[in-house]
Design a binder for this molecule. Sequence first.
Ligand SMILES: [Zn+2]
Length: 306
Amino acid sequence: MLRTSQRTLPQAITLALVMILFATHPAHGSVTLDDTSTTIHITPTQLMNGSPCLITVTLPNRALSVTGNWQAHRFSFFSNSDRRTWFALAGVDVELNPGNYPLTIEVELKDGTHQTLHQQLTIETAPYLQVPLTVPDKFVQPDPKALKQIAADKIVKDKAFASSASRPQWTGNFLPPLRLAPESDSFGNQRLFNGKVASVHRGLDYHAKLHTPVAAINSGRVVLARPLYFEGGCIVIDHGLGLMSVYMHLSKIEVAVGRRVRRGQIIALSGASGRATGPHLHLGVRWQGSYLDPAKLFEIQMPPQK
Ligand SMILES: [Zn+2]
């Protein structure tokens, strides 16, 4: 449900409004809801663990800023020129426990007043599979030298993930990194490596022959481009507002850290480096540390940006 409270309104009116909205909207609230002319719209309407989502807030008046709070994530919305329609790209980590997670949106209006919107969002259980996989033992029980490299890799990755541009760097819809290679249904699978180690697959694998050109899924800035122990040849692109894409097991990296890339630009050739069962491309989509299903991101119609 969408609840709204404006600090300049008498409390009684606010309470009455809350009661009306409770009465007219079901608790399962991932649809467009209307409080006079304030709306919150969530795409897709059905959220599961691993879902990316576009949150659109439409306001009756122009706002200075809009921020969101959801599942302990704090995030900024961005607006087109009218400053009445605001967007945020957010998501639900693949390993989040399904349940109800309240979304709070803070609106700072031009006249200096603040408005708080509330919406209860239900996260459903995604039907992910359990899959046994076989990889060389060195990836299941790394030796001391490998453990040292894994620890060094973590520092490199933490640094790359530490900051993100404060404005969206992407333009238009996100596109698959490979045009012809089929994607698998591997996102979210619980994997048993050599029957021993279980981990959740936090990305999407594409069946790609060795040396297949890999394209950036959208525009952004390269924040990591180097070989790592598990990931093999790895690139991370920052798309802004906490959203990043991660490309793994590459055989050749064709961009350097700091470089700006355009959507669809070839950034690498696919390979089988790192902890890979064979040649393929692993694509990860990360939002503020949460891993989201790339295939679902490609389905979201992005707003035009100015
Ligand atoms: Zn993978």
